[in-house]
Design a protein around this ligand. Structure first.
Ligand SMILES: C[S@@+](CC[C@H](N)C(=O)[O-])C[C@H]1O[C@@H](n2cnc3c(N)ncnc32)[C@H](O)[C@@H]1O
Length: 232
């Protein structure tokens, strides 16, 4: 029964991203006023301190590849992007031929244990049917002492900003996103999934429970997003 529910969830998410894929990048940059680029660069800055030369990095839920590209443009790293939505991967493939793209599920990664020096996931963990399972699968493929970086929407730290962002999510986002992508449902799902996602402290403790060490997080844009890191 549980398997069926998570399969249904995965199918719905995959179909939703397939539908909005042609407009995904445009909407990302537009709806975040380009701040999403700065958030992905924050991941790169964090990786700088711990990624070895010629590192092997896995970018889970890579979508159209923006975070993966940001990583290999900044490091001597081999980056593999994995995503379960083929139309998103096709768009990533059009942007670069330096990225190895693999069609696969974040909850059943097609890699053996202890493989990657670093694993990233940008705006992907919120979409998996079980965050706990996503974290443990992510950790499984990380080599011992390797680092994970999780970029995700989070809880704005100032009450005023929190209220403002809530209005933006509830009123503007479904309307603009729906109009430009043709899928209002996708841009209603976005704020819903953000509101269900654990806040900074809860995600940090879920990472600890999944076995990560030296877990910490950094708020981005006053907590609108957050970058969590942890070591295996
Ligand atoms: C919001 S997009 C993020 C894409 C990219 N990381 C970025 O920063 O723009 C979420 C991506 O997660 C993928 N995704 C969601 N659930 C997944 C799962 N269980 N396995 C693999 N990919 C998944 C979707 O197909 C989509 O491409």
């Amino acid at each position: 029964m549980e398997n069926k529910l998570s399969d249904d969830h995965a199918r719905r998410v995959r179909e939703m991203f397939a539908r909005i894929s042609p407009r995904y990048d445009l909407l990302n940059h537009l709806l975040s006023a380009n701040i999403d680029r700065r958030w992905r660069r924050a991941v790169v800055e964090k990786l700088r301190s711990w990624l070895p030369a010629n590192a092997l990095v896995l970018d889970i839920a890579c979508g159209t590849g923006d975070l993966s590209i940001e990583i290999f443009e900044n490091f001597e790293a081999k980056v593999i992007g994995v995503d379960f939505c083929r139309p998103m991967l096709e768009l990533a493939a059009r942007k670069t031929d330096r990225l190895d793209l693999v069609e696969g599920d974040a909850l059943r990664l097609p890699f053996v244990d202890d493989t990657f020096d670093g694993v990233t996931i940008g705006f992907g963990l919120r979409n998996v049917s079980s965050i706990e399972d996503g974290l443990s699968e992510l950790r499984r493929v990380l080599r011992p002492n390797g680092w994970a970086a999780i970029l995700e929407f989070s809880e704005p730290v100032a009450p005023g900003l929190r209220a403002l962002v809530a209005v933006y999510y509830a009123r503007l986002l479904p309307w603009i996103g729906g109009f430009l992508s043709g899928s209002r449902a996708a841009y209603t799902y976005l704020p819903d999934s953000i509101s269900r996602f654990p806040n900074q402290q809860t995600l940090a403790s879920m990472m600890r429970n999944a076995g990560f060490e030296e877990v910490s997080f950094q708020n981005l844009t006053a907590g609108v997003a957050a970058l969590h890191v942890g070591r295996k």
